[in-house]
Design a protein around this ligand. Structure first.
Ligand code: NAD
Length: 280
């Protein structure tokens, strides 16, 4: 594989595009929002400069990242052997995107999704190539985190799974397989903990700072749960909790009301400048 087309240039899309490009793939990054593409380009430029200064990447890898193409349409997608979708976490939106990708991408291309919780089987079912649809769940921040959770839909072929694991390894990541179950392994465990931290804040068990300090100093977490929720994006955490609650059918997964209020107010965490902490 040589060419990767990344759909969505937000928090995850730009990290995936950067990591693929510094690993030697030719990358095109697409977003419907041109301002997101500009922001992504700036983020990548700063990130690769920092990695180059720290001698973590070569000059050639830095140039590879600077050569990432950007577009607001699916133009050029037919050349890609792998498409990685990292658009907003909404089932209906992703279904529509997968229908479009299926129509426009080369028939042999693999269509991967970076979804945090949506069923790969459901996304595969809207395409004519369910054997070539798979989850490639990167972690945030993508250039630094080692894991790629690989999720097969019901009809994903062994060949597709093997191919994306090879791509993940070429990107310097370690692929680990999870079943196509709500939230997979990572978010089935992580998001309820983040949601519980929001409940604790809502009920006055502690301040945001106290909750995060307890988990950092007491449990050796590198980041407190509220700071981590801000990093992930509160809208993403809310969407994952909604999927867990709906698909596992248990009340213990209900999203904290404060989480809903923060998202409704547009306080999405780092990406909007304000979440449980202020980043402005
Ligand atoms: P984000 O809100 O930062 O970015 C989403 C991007 O998708 C935006 O730039 C938006 O303009 C774009 N978009 C919306 N509709 C589109 C379309 N039709 N075509 C192309 N682009 C479109 O979100 P994010 O945090 O980068 O999340 C992206 C995906 O990655 C989600 O599925 C999320 O669950 C998953 N994910 C997120 C994290 C995290 O820590 N944030 C971690 C792992 C996986």
């Amino acid at each position: 594989m040589e060419k990767i087309f990344v759909v969505g240039a937000g928090t995850m899309g730009n990290g995936i595009a950067q990591t693929a490009a510094v690993s030697g793939f030719q990358v095109t990054m697409m977003d419907v929002d041109a301002s997101q593409l500009e922001k992504a380009h700036e983020t990548i430029k700063k990130s690769v400069e920092k990695l180059f200064q720290k001698e973590k990447i070569t000059a050639e890898a830095k140039e590879g990242a600077q050569a990432i193409q950007t577009t607001t349409t699916l133009e050029g997608i037919e050349e890609a052997e792998l498409v990685i979708e990292a658009a907003t976490e909404k089932l209906e939106l992703k279904k529509k995107i997968f229908q479009d990708l299926d129509l426009k991408a080369s028939p042999g291309a693999i269509l991967a999704s970076n979804t945090s919780s949506i069923s790969l089987t459901q996304l595969a079912a809207v395409t004519s190539r369910p054997d070539k649809v798979i989850g490639m769940h990167f972690m945030n921040p993508v250039p630094l985190m080692k894991l790629v959770e690989v999720i097969r839909g019901l009809d994903t072929s062994d060949e597709t799974a093997r191919a994306v694991m090879e791509v993940a390894r070429k990107m310097g990541k370690t692929p680990v397989e999870s079943a196509d179950s709500p939230g997979f392994i990572s978010n089935r465990i992580l998001c309820p903990m983040l949601n519980e931290a929001v409940f604790a804040l809502q009920e006055g068990v502690g301040t945001a700072e106290a909750i995060d300090e307890v988990m950092k100093l007491g449990m050796n977490h590198p980041l407190g749960p509220l700071a981590l929720a801000d990093l992930i994006g509160l809208d993403v955490v809310l969407s994952v909790m909604e999927v867990l609650q709906a698909d596992l059918g248990e009340d213990k997964y209900r999203p904290a009301y404060l989480l809903r209020k923060m998202v409704a107010a547009g306080h999405l965490g780092r990406k909007s400048g304000r979440g449980f902490y202020n980043y402005e």
